[in-house]
Design a protein around this ligand. Structure first.
Ligand code: HT7
Ligand code: ZN
Length: 878
């Protein structure tokens, strides 16, 4: 299968200035008429053929300037329509037929619960009509949707409705016009029997915007939080980035079958129902926060993605990295900022670091791909966001905002490259960002070794930093990066941040304050701080100011000191994580060597001090008390020992629970809350802390803990508490606790697909060894369907995160996943290529597991594969 290379980029031979579409909807034979107004691209030579993309289309008619073409004047194959001779400027009319009902890939036009909807990013539009389906072709659109009046009362597309009316045969139509030029990937159409919730937003310049959320009637009571989040996001983008909305209406539609979270189509965002619907009784706090973040993310794309878009798909992180950075900052601003950062970084260091260390590692701007859908990755999104965050650190907020303003002003209505964005940042700040651009080109996680030395005689503190990025597939040599290191020096006597006076090369010095960013540019570099009044402990990489692994030989005493004295909340948490990791390392070694495990008393005392002085941010304390996940611990090991990690972590959990039982009980009791549910940071923090305490207590599962958990399961009015309790019961070793609770929950919520997703996940993440059999059993459950991506993620995706069971030594976990990948490869290649990921990480495990995992990859390779799965398997086995 053929790869596409960034170096081969050429502008399109012809561009489209205006696109007129007419859809006559039918489940098996939808007719799509397209009238494209085309002209030669000024940068391309005259006389080139017109080549349009098209996948799975049945061509009915083609005409140029009203003249039907003869059979020998064009060629239509499985992927394109080619017309050898066309004028410099012309009108092209095509008519095709497509079958939404048989579209299980959920790309292009498909049906979900009887409702028509589209997903065009990145290359779905070519499954709708013949078109130059690439982001640098931007056109205005006029779209007429025709459908059955009774079954499809609502007909939506991008922009504003300009005409509607009745047609023969009980059909009706609506015409929509989108005045903003857009690439085809932002096209959207929805038709169905939907109902709406409406609201209004007045922009900063005084324009009224109609806001609509369209859902199936039974979900009308689950839209309040999404609507409130949307209004918050609109206001925040005006206040923080000066960005105002630009159409008369903004619509969101909830769809049950959707490959990802949501899609930012111009003026008509389409959402996975899981990313928009919430209700206290059915959605957890985490789901409320996720909805808020995704609603904001898609809305922010209106500028960072839609008004200014990508020249080609290699630039994907231009819109995704910047928009993730924007949504992360928004969520931090409207919730608890340290908690948001801790959550984002723990996820990043677990999942993106793993991607960067595996066979599918790629730069934030890849230089080739076989299937672009495979590149909607943590590297493009999350590492891309970290790269933007580094720019913010290097420039400071004011210059960063000026750079952003310049970028939007200069490139409005254009399709541009990552260097255009960075050039704006360089221009406003005067910083040389040439070296910084390497962040976009080099894959892999940089490793930084730090050493510090304090000279009592001179009062100087020398911080020596060295950086190295490991080789990744296709990139053996790496160059030093420009890394912002935010730091403080915490005085060991005073416990306070000391003033940072940095010596320069000319023999002078610069006073930076007490918390500053230094620029690491060389492979090895020493920073000298002068007039340091007392011996310090360095607090490095505050707030995770760069996406790197930073090693510093901290003693346990120094970590315990930072845990209580660091002024940076994030680094306080990180010190706790490092301290816990040291204890876990010892226990993992003990388990492996068959030696008795002994709990580190210093860790117990550190946790005791946290519990004794709980502070006023419950959510931060909950994070501090949360042990590193098994996946994160695995990331720290050269060869992952699944069982030793599980045993060591359980040992720590139970030891802490035994020794701090009364303190955990007190925390549980103190954080009960009788107020009506609200997704406020305060309430969320209390619930989180209370449920962390309950989890510790249930790890020893005495009668009191069981009683509290069962009471919480039965009596709570919100899903956060119910789910937390159910998880503890279902994951306990006692089937007399697990089974009745699971049964009751399954019966109570059988009617609600999003709650049933939670029910599936809770069951298949149990540590008990019967899980593989349970997954196979649940795959036959009436609420499960392989055609629904949410179900696949909830059952199969969640199971593959169940480390002890997925990696069972009989290989049945691997076999199960491979069976599903093979089936999905036929039904939905995009989801198949995502769900396969855990198998591609075989290099990280012991010999025995490697053999088993590779055997399943080979079995998949033996099938007739989609480009999506083919690319993943080839990279995994390369
Ligand atoms: N920009 C959107 C990406 C997306 C997508 C990509 C591939 C296949 C299906 C998809 N659905 C949405 C979502 C976003 O990042 O905002
Ligand atoms: Zn996005």
């Amino acid at each position: 299968m053929q790869a596409t290379y960034l170096k081969d980029y050429l502008p399109p031979a012809y561009r489209v200035t205006h696109t007129e579409l007419t859809f006559d909807l039918d489940p098996t034979a939808t007719r799509v008429k397209a009238r494209l107004h085309l002209e030669r691209h000024p940068e391309r030579e005259a006389g080139l053929p017109l080549v349009l993309d098209g996948e799975g289309l049945t061509l009915k008619q083609v005409a140029i300037d009203g003249q039907p073409l003869e059979a020998d004047e064009f060629e239509a194959d499985a992927h394109s329509l080619t017309i050898a001779r066309v004028p410099e400027r012309f009108r092209l009319d095509t008519e095709v037929e497509i079958a939404p009902d048989t579209n299980t890939a959920l790309e292009g036009l498909y049906r979900s619960n009887g409702m028509y909807c589209t997903q065009c990013e990145p290359e779905g539009f070519r499954r709708i009509t013949f078109y130059p389906d690439r982001p640098d072709v931007m056109a205005t659109f006029s779209t007429t949707v025709i459908g059955d009046r009774e079954s499809l009362p609502v007909l939506l597309s991008n922009g504003n409705p300009v005409e509607q009316g009745e047609l023969p045969d009980q059909r009706h139509f609506v015409t929509w016009e989108d005045p903003h030029p857009k690439p085809s990937y932002l096209f959207a159409l929805v038709a169905g029997s939907l109902e709406k919730v409406e609201d209004h937003f007045t922009t900063q310049s005084g324009r009224e915007v109609l806001l609509q959320i369209w859902v199936e009637p039974e979900n009308l009571d689950k839209t309040d939080h999404a609507m409130a989040s949307l209004k918050r996001a609109m206001r925040w983008d005006e206040e923080t980035y000066g960005r105002e909305y630009d159409l008369d209406r903004f619509m969101i539609v909830a769809v049950n079958d959707f490959n990802m979270g949501a899609m930012e189509n111009k003026g008509l965002n389409i959402f996975n129902s899981a990313a928009v619907l919430t209700h206290p009784q059915t959605a957890t706090d985490a789901a409320f926060q996720r909805v808020e973040g995704i609603v904001a993310h898609e809305y922010f794309h209106n500028w960072s993605g839609n008004r200014v878009t990508c020249r080609d798909w290699f630039q994907l992180s231009l819109k995704e990295g910047f928009t993730v950075f924007r949504d992360q900052t928004f969520s931090a601003d409207v919730n608890s900022a340290p908690v948001k950062r801790i959550e984002d970084v723990s996820f990043f260091r677990t999942a993106q670091f793993a991607e960067d260390a595996g066979p599918t590692a790629h730069p934030v701007r890849p230089d080739h791909y076989i299937e672009i859908s495979n590149f909607y990755t943590l590297t493009i999104y999350e590492k891309g966001a970290e790269v933007v965050r580094m720019l913010r650190h290097l420039l400071g907020w004011e210059d960063f905002r000026r750079g952003s303003d310049l970028y939007f002003a200069r490139f409005d209505g254009q399709a541009v490259r990552i260097e255009d964005f960075v050039a704006c940042m360089a221009e406003v700040s005067g910083l040389d960002l040439d070296q910084f651009m390497r962040w976009y080109a080099q894959a892999g996680t940089p490793e930084i070794d730090a050493h510090g030395e304090y000279d009592y005689a001179t009062g100087e503190y020398h911080l020596r930093l060295s950086q190295r990025t490991p080789a990744t597939p296709g990139q053996s040599e790496k160059l030093p990066l420009h890394v912002p290191i935010r730091l403080g020096l915490v005085g060991t006597k005073s416990g306070h941040d000391l003033t940072l006076k940095l010596a320069d090369a000319a023999g002078g010095s610069e006073t930076l304050g007490k918390d500053a960013v230094i620029h690491l540019r060389e492979a090895e570099q020493t920073f000298v701080f002068q007039d340091v009044e007392e011996a310090p402990v360095p607090s490095l990489l505050r707030g995770f100011s760069a996406p790197v692994k930073l090693r510093y030989p901290y003693s346990r005493e120094e970590l315990a000191f930072l845990l209580t004295h660091d002024s940076d909340g994030f680094n306080r948490w990180d010190a706790g994580q490092r301290l816990t990791m040291l204890a876990l390392d010892d226990l993992i070694a003990a388990h492996r060597n068959g030696v008795e495990k002994v709990m580190d008393v210093r860790l117990v005392e550190a946790y005791r001090s946290l519990l004794d002085e709980p502070g006023d941010d419950q959510a931060v304390l909950a994070e501090m008390l949360t042990l590193p996940s098994e996946a994160y611990i695995a990331e720290q090991q050269p060869v992952v020992d699944v069982d030793a990690i599980h045993a060591a972590r359980e040992f720590v959990r139970q030891s802490l629970a035994w020794q701090l039982r009364d303190a955990f009980l007190a925390v549980y009791r103190d954080n009960q809350n009788d107020e009506p549910y609200a997704p406020t940071p305060e309430q969320i923090g209390r619930r989180k802390l209370k449920n962390v305490a309950l989890a510790y207590l249930m790890s020893i599962a005495d009668d009191e803990a069981i009683g509290l958990t069962q009471a919480q399961f039965k009596n709570s009015g919100n899903m956060t508490d119910v789910r937390a309790a159910l998880t503890l019961l279902a994951h306990s070793d006692r089937s007399d606790l697990a089974e009745p609770a699971l049964k009751a929950f399954g019966e109570q919520w059988a009617h609600d697909p999003l709650v049933m997703d939670q029910w599936f996940t809770i069951q298949v993440t149990r540590p008990q060894p019967d899980v593989i059999e349970r997954v196979r059993f649940l795959m036959e459950h009436p609420a499960f369907s392989l055609k629904n991506p949410n179900k696949v993620r909830a059952l199969i995706g969640a199971f593959a995160q169940n480390r002890v069971n997925f990696h069972r030594l009989d290989g049945q976990g691997y076999k199960l996943l491979a069976d599903v990948v093979i089936e999905l490869n036929r039904l939905n290649p995009e989801i198949a290529a995502r769900i396969i990921t855990p198998l591609t990480r075989w290099q990280r495990f012991d010999e025995e597991r490697q053999v088993l995992m590779k055997a399943e990859l080979e079995r998949i390779r033996g099938e007739k594969l989609s480009p999506n799965v083919y690319e993943m398997v080839e990279r995994a086995l390369a």
